[in-house]
Write a protein that binds this ligand. Structure first.
Ligand code: AP5
Length: 211
């Protein structure tokens, strides 16, 4: 099964994607994680992406499209995948459709995780991540509860960048809801509930798709 996870910054895409990977054994393709790793490794891609990311702006389409094409070519993506944070513009969605059709693949569902903006701002302001294993937690986690690693705050989880990311989402990414609705692939998920309840809703949608 191949999924796209849609949702504003902080809606819980990464949290649910990690759980879906454990549940279904499919690949997690997070463009944000790939770009952050490129920034940390100081690669040419990372150098190009950093300024956009820190400000909460989108990295230019072609850079992201190229990295997703490369990632979809890896063997683990053949078992199925969850695209987390991609596509984020109509140009990216069209490029994805073209690439998948060349690979003889298609999207089974676009899961749109919905959370009110006030909740999103609260979540992102308090989010902390593990430097070692990528665990997503909150400021209550002084060290990583999974591996004991050091927790850090993302540069784009500062108030100004959060505000910009929400604006960018409304202008550039929200139109994808209609894009996938038009293809009969959109499934709404109420993300303003405890993590495991959100996962249960996603599992029900996946069961329906598999039936
Ligand atoms: P990216 O990393 O994709 O960030 P994002 O979309 O802004 O989403 P986040 O990772 O911030 O949030 P999330 O929805 O994954 O929420 P999470 O599960 O962590 O992108 C970062 C940047 O990279 C972009 O701004 C852009 O510059 C660039 N980029 C990436 N992809 C790109 C693309 N395709 N094109 C161009 N540029 C691109 O949860 C958030 C918090 O909430 C956590 O603390 C978590 O513990 C908590 N939480 C989660 N679920 C719940 C729940 N149900 N109840 C309570 N708390 C919860």
């Amino acid at each position: 099964m191949n999924f796209v996870l849609l949702g504003a910054p902080g809606a819980g895409k990464g949290t649910q994607a990690k759980k879906m990977v454990r549940e279904y054994g499919i690949a997690h393709i997070s463009t944000g994680d790939i770009l952050r790793a490129a920034v940390a490794d100081k690669t040419p891609l990372g150098a190009k992406a950093k300024t956009y990311m820190d400000a909460g702006d989108l990295v230019p389409d072609q850079l992201v499209i190229d990295l997703v094409k490369e990632r979809l070519d890896k063997p683990d993506a053949k078992k199925g995948f969850i695209l987390d944070g991609f596509p984020r513009t109509t140009a990216q969605a069209v490029a994805l459709d073209t690439e998948l059709s060349e690979l003889g693949l298609e999207i089974d569902g676009a899961l749109s995780i919905n959370v009110p903006n006030e909740q999103i701002v609260a979540r992102l302001s308090s989010r902390r991540l593990c430097q070692e294993c990528g665990y997503i937690g909150s400021e209550a986690d002084l060290t990583c509860p999974k591996c004991g690693g050091k927790m850090y705050q993302r540069d784009d989880d500062q108030p100004e960048a959060i505000h910009n990311r929400l604006e960018v989402y409304d202008k550039q990414t929200a139109p994808l809801i209609d894009y996938y609705k038009g293809k009969n692939l959109l499934y709404d998920v109420d993300g303003n509930r405890p993590v495991d309840q959100v996962l249960n809703d996603i599992k029900e949608i996946v069961s329906e798709l598999q039936a």
